[in-house]
Design a protein around this ligand. Structure first.
Ligand code: LIP
Length: 275
């Protein structure tokens, strides 16, 4: 395998995300959004599918021997070897926002290799903001370095979260919210896990947790957050606590101190929801 030039690949991925951004922005301006529901609850539009087709076609042409994981057409990662170059794509993260004319939408392109994310790009075509990072080289917003806020006083922290399409665990969701609202300043529900991670990375938010997300929602944003100094992990400690590939119950925070405090609050809430 020829040596991959990650800074060059980051630029290439940014351009790819921006091309897909133009497609979905024009698609929405044409007022021709057609929606359907996967398994009856999860919204998908034809623009999700077209955006993914455009991105994956470019990846396959440029890197025919690379693996791909993508939300709409390549979402089974069970046979993927993440030691090898693997593109991880969410063509529209925040689909419900997209279909409701909201601005919080992210096109996510990540490259994984050697069991870690090497490149992460999250592009919001409605604010023309591209968050991007190369492993070990810091994180940027539109080319300018970003870093996490670092707040340690929970009562001053604004915490993002999200909710699953299937509302089967309402008790746990509400107990967690109760715990966060009892200790923190406020919560926000952006509707895009990728942007939640990027907003913690640039200090617009102080922490983010969510129970049910997918690898394509978070792969790019996770690297961007890590490279901006965000503590990235999970609500329940485990051997994989700091691995993006453990895609459940993620918790990230702009400071290690508040990360540990939030982890304790959420674990307590989980115990309470079982009682
Ligand atoms: C969305 C996530 C969000 C979650 C939503 C949905 P999608 O991804 O980014 O954090 O709360 O339920 O899963 O479906 O827009 O790609």
């Amino acid at each position: 395998m020829s040596e991959l030039n990650f800074p060059e690949l980051e630029k290439w991925a940014i351009n790819l995300a921006k091309q897909a951004g133009k497609l979905i922005r024009e698609g929405r301006e044409s007022n021709l959004i057609e929606s359907e529901f996967k398994n009856g609850t999860e919204l998908v539009t034809q623009m999700d599918v077209q955006s993914e087709k455009q991105i994956l076609s470019a990846i396959r042409e440029a890197f025919p021997d690379h693996q791909i994981v993508a939300e709409e057409s390549a979402n089974d990662a069970s046979n993927i070897n993440f030691q090898l170059p693997t593109w991880i794509v969410d063509p529209i993260d925040g689909t419900v926002n997209y279909a409701h004319n909201h601005s919080q939408v992210g096109i996510c392109i990540a490259l994984a290799m050697e069991e870690e994310i090497k490149i992460g790009v999250v592009y919001n075509p409605f604010t023309d903001e591209v968050f991007h990072a190369v492993k070990g080289q810091g994180a940027c917003l539109n080319g300018n370095k970003i870093k996490a806020g670092g707040k340690t006083e929970l009562k001053r922290c604004v915490v993002a979260t999200g909710f699953p399409y299937e509302k089967t665990e309402i008790s746990q969701i509400t107990k967690r919210l109760e715990g966060i609202l009892s200790h923190c300043a406020d919560i926000r529900r952006l509707g895009s896990a990728a942007l939640d991670l990027c907003w913690v990375a640039c200090g617009r938010m102080d922490a983010y947790y969510e129970r049910d997300i997918k690898l394509w929602d978070i792969a790019a944003g996770w690297l961007i957050a890590e490279e901006a100094g965000v503590t990235c992990g999970h609500i329940q400690p485990s051997e994989q606590e700091n691995s993006v590939f453990l895609v459940e119950d993620i918790l990230v925070s702009g400071s290690e101190i508040s990360y540990r405090q939030l982890q304790e609050i959420l674990q307590t809430a989980d115990q309470q929801s079982l009682n």
